[in-house]
Design a protein around this ligand. Structure first.
Ligand code: SAH
Length: 211
């Protein structure tokens, strides 16, 4: 076993204890080397269930949060998924492991370049672009699923319109200090909205985000 394999198994066991029961998500997360997405000074802590700094005031999300959001999104193999907030690239890699076709947008170009490098080195096929993801990625819309990994002041309207019929949008919405996770499912022109309490994300900044 490699240096990190045991840590990763412990992380997976903890996710199960905390209630993550989706075996596809568990499988995908047990295949992604989280330590490759964490900056050097923090690699020894890569499998702790906590968010860690990735530079530019941003963080790689806590493994439990990634697992919870990925399960809520329910991304199936071959599905087209848009991620807003590439960050370290870890969430994108987990989605790619699930067999999704991943499109990911990041506003910070330095973070995007670093994520791109890791994703390429590990041969994850993820399409990325720099820019404001609150307006979506119309060239590739509609999507089976959209996941926003930064906290928004409200559900960004353009993202709803880029969902396929039956598609799901997972987005943390709230104040700058605390958000609920909102899961919106589209059926035709009806958008069903469910809410899960108690998450903390870095802010989503942009046209439909915080200014
Ligand atoms: N999914 C990431 C989490 C990164 S934190 C991971 O797995 O590591 C959220 C990221 O969203 C930050 O990198 C931040 O720069 C980015 N972000 C914030 N507002 C954004 C916007 N409007 N469009 C695209 N990215 C945004």
């Amino acid at each position: 076993m490699g240096r990190f394999d045991e840590d990763r198994l412990d992380m997976i066991a903890l996710l199960r204890e905390k209630g993550i029961a989706d075996e596809r998500v568990i499988g995908a997360m047990s295949r992604v080397d989280r330590h490759r997405f964490v900056p050097e000074p923090f690699t020894s802590r890569a499998y702790e269930d906590s968010a860690l700094p990735i530079g530019k005031g941003q963080t790689i999300s806590q493994p439990y949060t990634v697992a919870f959001m990925t399960a809520a999104l329910g991304a199936g193999s071959g599905e087209k998924i848009l991620e807003v907030g590439t960050g370290s690239g870890y969430q994108a890699a987990v989605l790619a492991e699930l067999g999704a076709r991943v499109f990911s947008i990041e506003r910070n170009l330095e973070l995007l370049a670093a994520a791109r490098k890791v994703l390429d080195r590990l041969h994850y096929r993820v399409a990325t672009r720099g820019g404001d993801g609150t307006v979506g990625w119309s060239e590739f819309a509609p999507f089976d699923g959209i996941i926003v990994t930064a906290g928004a002041p409200d559900v960004p309207g353009p993202l709803l319109r880029q969902l396929k019929d039956g598609g799901k949008l997972v987005v943390p919405v709230g104040t700058l200090s605390r958000q609920s996770l909102i899961v919106v499912t589209r059926s035709g022109e009806h958008f069903d909205r469910r809410e899960v309490e108690g998450f903390k994300f870095v802010p989503l900044i942009g046209k439909m985000g915080w200014q």
